[in-house]
Design a protein around this ligand. Structure first.
Ligand code: PMP
Length: 403
């Protein structure tokens, strides 16, 4: 047999997809599963956006586009990203991709070299693709621990301690997957103050959940003095307009945009033209549906956090954004004799029919921070109520009493 490369053999994954396969198998066997695994809105794409895509098909918008994206979308995305962040973004600095995800790799590839010790700092826990891509691109992954006591922001001193002359890139993600935490203005000012002393470090601001912030305004590090030039802002259509399957993301940076265009030419050629026209409508059309989705997520956040805090052995901070809750289940694990969060997750799935992800699906567990699981609350109220009731019942039934 011809061999496969070590690079590919060691490639990471999103374990959400692995757990999803487990869930589907149980569902196939006829088990009744309430699932909180999937990180995508449970709404259809707004009707006006669907219509724009159909129009694009009918009007013959079938071919390749420039790798950077159609001008109409670059202009709309530049205006949109600038308005949301209170900054000026030029259309020529914006590149459209097949989702926001590809820009994670493009950014790492554009600012680190293979095998020379270039370091990338990224949040832990975090979106698993960061670590996977850092590794596969031949850079050195440097995890930055998030702290429950800080509502899952990190301690600026932890950042300071991880920056070396070899640090090339800092990945920030706010609102954050999997914790729902946000970096507020004061956190960001502290980070910016540190980074001003380290001009060799680029910032990748993964702001895909920028429109799902529940208290106060969304703040981007790019809006702080001196940060715009060195920040790659990443956003997209997936979460804001329920368009995950359409594959549209946009990234902006004045220096790196032309490099990203070359990467797109080398990989996807361009994002789907049909989806690009749909995204123009998503940005420029009425925002009622996007707003309604946000309100609905907020109501469900309040519901799930209240319910989780009523479950024996579980405590849950109120996440400031996205659609994830990250309850601490350390005590619940102890009560039912589960070895750790992953054992807890498996038992919860197999014995109670509730599907969640465990902290280890988002990186190595942070020492001293206990055990956590992730709920995506992009699920119906009924599913949230039923799922948490099952979880509470499961813990009560299985609590091991001290003799
Ligand atoms: N970043 C984060 C933190 C995410 O959670 C996701 C989607 N799960 C993405 C990026 C990618 O989004 P997309 O490629 O659909 O735009």
């Amino acid at each position: 047999m011809p061999r496969i490369s070590r690079r590919t053999a060691e490639l990471g994954t999103e374990n959400a997809f692995v757990v999803l396969a487990e869930v589907n198998e149980l569902a196939r066997q006829g088990k009744d599963i309430v699932s909180f695994c999937i990180g995508q809105p449970d709404f259809p794409t707004p009707a006006n956006v669907q219509e724009a895509a159909i129009r694009a098909i009918r009007e013959g918008k079938h071919g390749y586009t420039p790798s950077a994206g159609i001008n109409e979308l670059r202009e709309a995305a530049a205006r949109y990203m600038g308005t949301v962040r209170g900054i000026e973004i030029r259309p020529e600095d914006v590149v459209v991709g097949a989702g926001a995800k590809p820009f994670i790799a493009y950014a790492i590839l554009s600012v680190t070299d293979y095998g020379v010790g270039d370091e990338v700092i990224y949040p832990n826990p975090g979106f698993p693709i960061y670590e996977s891509q850092i590794q596969v691109c031949g850079a050195v992954p440097v995890p930055l621990p998030l702290r429950e006591a800080r509502d899952f922001a990190f301690d600026p001193e932890d950042l300071q301690a991880r920056i070396t002359p070899r640090t090339r890139l800092l990945i920030l993600n706010s609102p954050h997957n999997p914790t729902g935490g946000i970096l507020g203005k004061r956190d960001l000012e502290g980070i910016a103050a540190i980074l001003r002393r380290h001009p060799q470090v680029w910032i990748y601001a993964d702001e895909i959940y920028s429109r799902l912030v529940y208290e106060g305004a969304f703040v981007s590090i790019a809006s702080l003095p001196g940060m715009l030039e060195r920040t790659i802002i990443s956003d997209g259509a997936s979460k804001t307009w329920a368009m995950t399957g359409w594959r549209i993301g946009f990234a902006s940076n004045p220096v790196l945009a032309p490099q990203f265009v070359r990467w797109v030419t080398n990989t996807d050629s361009c994002a789907s033209q049909i989806s690009q026209w749909a995204a123009v409508e998503a940005i420029q059309g009425p925002q009622d549906d996007a707003e309604a989705m946000r309100r609905s997520f907020l109501a469900r956040r309040d519901l799930i956090v209240a319910l989780l805090n009523g479950v024996p052995g579980v405590s849950c901070r109120t996440p400031g954004g996205a659609f994830y809750a990250w309850p601490n289940v350390t005590e619940a694990c102890r009560m039912i004799g589960a070895a750790d969060s992953e054992d807890f997750r498996k038992r919860l799935l197999n014995e109670a029919g509730v599907a969640v992800l465990a902290d280890i699906h988002f990186g190595a567990r942070v020492a001293g921070e206990g055990q956590h699981v992730r709920f995506s609350y992009a699920a119906s109220r009924e599913a949230i109520e039923a799922g948490i009731a099952r979880m509470a019942d499961f813990i009560r039934r299985n609590t091991v009493r001290a003799a």
